[in-house]
Write a protein that binds this ligand. Structure first.
Ligand code: GLU
Length: 439
């Protein structure tokens, strides 16, 4: 079957790793089935949605390699929601309400104190035409969808068989008093019109799905398949919500993580076949299988993501990194040697800059008192620039025979004096590239 899926973020903030998982699931399912992937911007909330967030969402997705077959904004589709609302009003499934938030809260508390579930009591359904006219002269009404108070069941692509008791859910508001169409109605109208046949989203939408199944049916539509993936939690089981700003795609891009690594990692996280950095994007598409994903919350560890990024970076061919090397103005004749030295010692592309600075400017060494004489001797024996691939071995052999040091007591203070670090690149590869050494 060719799946038509959609990813429907609200442009009220930046995309984060949690949203990305939903996007990837929908994208991979559509593309691997030869179907279509639609990007839908849920921007009916005029106050919180912005053009900047919409643009950033598209930029982030493009950076990660997404290509959509269609992009739509809900704000351009209001007339379709009006049309659907009108038909629901006419068939009596949409009813007008006038209770204030305070009145609803009062009812809710009363129900709870009586040990009853706080489900809206539908008192507005029974308002007479006269009462409605009076209330309308005082304030704008809002509109609720009259749910069938029955169980809604479906076979979920991840959760298996799901059953939700709609009798324990309040009739949802579909149109606010200010006329704004809310997500539930807008989403269903669009899903019908776009012929979406697989809806994949987070498990926080399970109750919405039950409501939307009723709404789809009332609007005369067939039902798509549904799948609800688990939500992400931190490594200690904590909710990720507070850290989502640091886990926005914009931020991950700023800190220099590889888009391919992010895609591969997020596509496999929570699956019975956990992600491995060696896998390619093509293999992700080939092996992706919704039924392999677990239903319990999925741990997200940003350190593992960084490690993935590092491994993906190491795997890049010279051609794939050449642009960065040119941007750093690394002379063409040493670019290959530089990349060969650098690739195993960077976790992000921006680390190339630091390594190149080390090659060009060296560092001001801080030498322990007990190593001063030793480093002075090293300086006397140091071969001049240009150096070649044997220079390091020749130099350290000379130092060995002229001093009483060998092994760690020779290499560690020397590495620290040259690089400022106690570990790092293979010195055989780095030393010939170091144009300035400030011993
Ligand atoms: N805009 C909704 C959200 O971001 C879309 C949910 C859905 O996929 O239907 O939660």
């Amino acid at each position: 079957m060719n799946y038509i899926t959609r990813f429907a973020p609200s442009p009220t903030g930046f995309l984060h790793v949690g949203n990305l998982r939903t996007a990837i699931f929908n994208y991979v399912m559509a593309k691997k089935s030869g179907g279509q992937f639609i990007l839908r911007l849920d921007d009916t909330d005029k106050v919180r949605s912005t053009e900047q967030f919409s643009d950033q969402i598209k930029r982030d997705l493009e950076w990660l390699g997404f290509e959509w077959d269609r992009c739509e904004k809900q704000s351009n589709r209001i007339s379709l929601y009006e049309y659907a609302a009108q038909s629901l009003k006419e068939s009596g499934y949409l009813y007008e309400c006038f209770e204030t938030p305070e009145e609803l809260e009062f009812k809710r508390r009363k129900q709870l104190s009586m040990g009853r579930p706080p489900v809206y009591d539908r008192s507005s359904i029974n308002l007479s035409t006269k009462e409605k006219l009076r209330l309308r002269s005082e304030k704008h009404g809002y509109w609720r969808f009259k749910l069938d108070q029955s169980r809604v069941e479906w076979q979920d692509g991840i959760l298996g068989s799901v059953s939700v008791d709609s009798g324990s859910v309040s009739d949802p508001v579909l149109i606010r008093a200010d006329g704004q169409f809310l997500y539930t109605l807008a989403s269903v109208v669009d899903d019908i019109e776009f012929r979406i046949n697989y809806v994949i989203r987070g498990s926080d939408h399970v109750t919405n799905t039950a409501t939307q199944i009723q709404l789809l049916t009332k609007l005369g539509s067939s039902l798509p398949f549904f799948a609800h993936h688990s939500l992400l939690i931190g490594v200690k089981g904590e909710p990720l919500s507070k850290r989502m700003n640091n886990l926005s795609l914009k931020e991950l891009r700023t800190i220099g993580l590889e888009p391919e690594a992010i895609f591969i990692f997020m596509a496999g996280l929570g699956s019975q076949n956990p992600p491995v950095p060696e896998i390619t994007i093509e293999e992700v598409f080939k092996y992706f299988n919704l039924s392999k994903f677990g239903t319990t919350p999925t741990k997200f560890d940003s350190n593992i993501l960084s490690l993935f990024s590092q491994k993906c970076l190491m795997r890049l061919s010279f051609d794939e990194i050449e642009k960065e090397l040119n941007d750093l103005k690394i002379p063409i004749d040493i670019q290959l040697d530089f990349w060969d030295m650098a690739k195993e010692n960077i976790s992000k592309r921006s680390d190339l800059h630091d390594l190149w600075c080390l090659c060009v400017d060296g560092i001001e060494p801080s030498i322990l008192a007990e190593d001063r004489d030793f480093i002075f001797l090293c300086k006397q024996l140091m071969p001049g620039y240009p150096r070649d691939k044997n220079s390091w071995i020749d130099w350290t052999n000379a130092i060995k025979s002229e001093s009483n040091r060998s092994g760690k007591s020779l290499f560690l203070p020397l590495r620290k004096a040259l690089t400022g670090q106690s570990s790092g690149p293979d010195m055989k590869k780095l030393f010939p590239l170091m144009q300035k050494i400030r011993l």
